[in-house]
Design a protein around this ligand. Structure first.
Ligand code: GLN
Length: 476
């Protein structure tokens, strides 16, 4: 899709200005009810589009992403623009610099259409914890788009933009992609710089693209990846390019039996994914059942380590260094600095952020650190080793992206544990730091409405492009 748009602009079949105007018109029509975008930069978008047209008119060659608009999740810094992370705490925060991904995309000429809605500080699976109100699923507006990158997924699904960026700490790119019927890719931890991403859990967070096709996410990935001196967890590691003539014949795909036998897995989701596995077999793939004894503990490991990392990352949201300080201006009751912290955090953090900060502070506290945080770290290492071994037998692992299709707004928000179970298939990739992608697997019907089902593929550490080749071959 991006390639075609690029060709049309380059050949002047379509002006970049008209293209962007079309997307803006769709946003105007749909955003009020979907609430996928929090802000749209119409004036800047049109000015940039005009500049691209001028360049084309001068017979200059434009880059693949040049003039193509995208949605930016609101936890990624864009200089001079509000970057709220869906929180009241950062409601007035204007980013003072560009995130590395934004910088790279600016250099490539991509146009930021606006900021997309998200769960507060990326905590959630439904985009309902955003202080700006929930995003709705374009397939059925009584349902959630998934989360936390729900705004990005809904924006792509509703054709408000051809692609968007999200962040994935435990599944936040893949799960909403699955719920909205688009492609969502979380690269290997360390492939894409996190500089300028408002941290949730630093050893799990990774930025990645959502788009309509695997080819598009691969294109975007190639632009945003790479070593960044500002993020010392990134490294330069070469990899084979996306293979054009990639054949599934003779390849090995692993399935974890427990994933498919799980009681929580919706029957229709199961059959939809199994159909795609049958398709893979017809293409000559060998399906191998693999055993992963520790992988199933990923969710437990994640919910301990992630809360610990959140409690320390959100410590800076204290009303002074960052955040809401209306208490200082308006509330004469603040007697001392502790009062300022307390008032700010009490007023400006939502219930999920508070829950996780408290849990995280507990698991990091003296006496419990060894029992929880350290133990979880050890299990994470074991899981990584186990996953490495499994990838000696198979090229990729396949599973549903989520146990069920998109659920109703309000259905799970009061039951955090239910919501946490949404991550059962996705979180392992973050624990093991491997790449993962969700692609559309088919459509099921719920209450007379069509809903998409996502299929997840997990790949070897640092073999992102190979994973993308698999995903492309298995695309509907
Ligand atoms: N749903 C998960 C959580 O609430 C994952 C969030 C994410 O990936 N940012 O922690």
């Amino acid at each position: 899709m991006i390639k075609e748009l690029n060709q049309k602009i380059q050949s002047r079949e379509l002006s970049c200005l008209d293209l962007n105007k079309e997307y803006l018109a769709i946003i105007k029509e749909k955003n009020e009810s979907l609430r996928a975008f929090l802000e749209v930069y119409e004036k800047e978008v049109l000015a940039q589009a005009e500049a691209v047209d001028k360049k084309v008119n001068r017979k200059k060659k434009i880059g693949l992403l040049e003039g193509i608009p995208y949605g930016l999740k609101d936890n990624v810094c864009l200089q001079g623009k509000r970057t709220s992370a869906g929180s009241r705490m950062l409601n007035n925060y204007q980013a003072v610099y560009d995130a590395t991904v934004v910088k790279k995309l600016k250099e490539a000429g991509a146009i930021v259409m606006g900021k997309t809605n998200m769960d507060e500080f990326a905590m959630g699976s439904s985009t309902e914890s955003s202080v700006f109100g929930p995003t709705k699923n374009p397939w059925d507006e009584s349902r959630v788009p998934g989360g936390s990158s729900g705004g990005s997924a809904a924006a792509v699904a509703a054709e408000m933009v051809p692609w968007a960026l999200g962040s994935d700490t435990g599944g936040s790119i893949r799960q909403p992609a699955g719920f909205c019927g688009v492609v969502g890719f979380k690269p290997t931890y360390g492939r894409v710089s996190r500089y300028g991403l408002i941290a949730m859990a630093s050893s799990y967070d990774q930025i990645g693209p959502l788009a309509k096709t695997v080819e598009d996410v691969a294109l975007i990935y190639q632009v945003i990846k790479g070593k960044d001196v500002k993020d010392n967890t990134t490294i330069e590691k070469s990899e084979a390019d996306l293979e054009d003539n990639f054949s599934l014949k003779g390849k090995k795909i692993g399935i974890v039996k427990e994933f498919f036998d799980s009681e929580g897995l919706d029957k229709k989701v199961k059959t939809t994914v199994e159909k795609r596995i049958e398709f893979a077999k017809e293409q000559g793939v060998e399906i191998i059942e693999v055993k992963l004894d520790y992988f199933k503990h990923s969710l437990a490991v994640y919910y301990i380590m992630m809360t610990a990392e959140i409690s320390s990352n959100l410590a800076r949201m204290d009303g002074i260094r960052f955040g809401f300080n209306e208490s200082l201006e308006k509330d004469a009751k603040a007697k001392d600095i502790l009062d300022v912290y307390n008032f700010s955090r009490e007023m400006a953090l939502g219930p999920e952020s508070k829950r996780r900060v408290i849990l995280g502070t507990y698991v990091l506290s003296a006496g419990y650190y060894d029992a929880y945080y350290k133990k979880a770290q050890k299990i994470r290492e074991i899981i990584k080793q186990e996953v490495k071994k499994v990838f000696e037998q198979v090229d990729v692992l396949i599973s549903p992206t989520s146990p069920k299709p998109a659920f109703k707004l309000g259905e799970k928000i009061s039951d955090p544990l239910q919501l946490y179970l949404e991550d059962i298939y996705t979180v392992g990739a973050n624990v093991a730091m491997i790449p993962g992608i969700s692609i559309p697997a088919g459509i099921v019907s719920e209450d007379g409405k069509d809903l998409p089902v996502g299929l997840q593929l997990l790949g070897r550490w640092w073999e992102d492009e190979k994973l993308l080749s698999f995903a492309k071959a298995l695309e509907l």
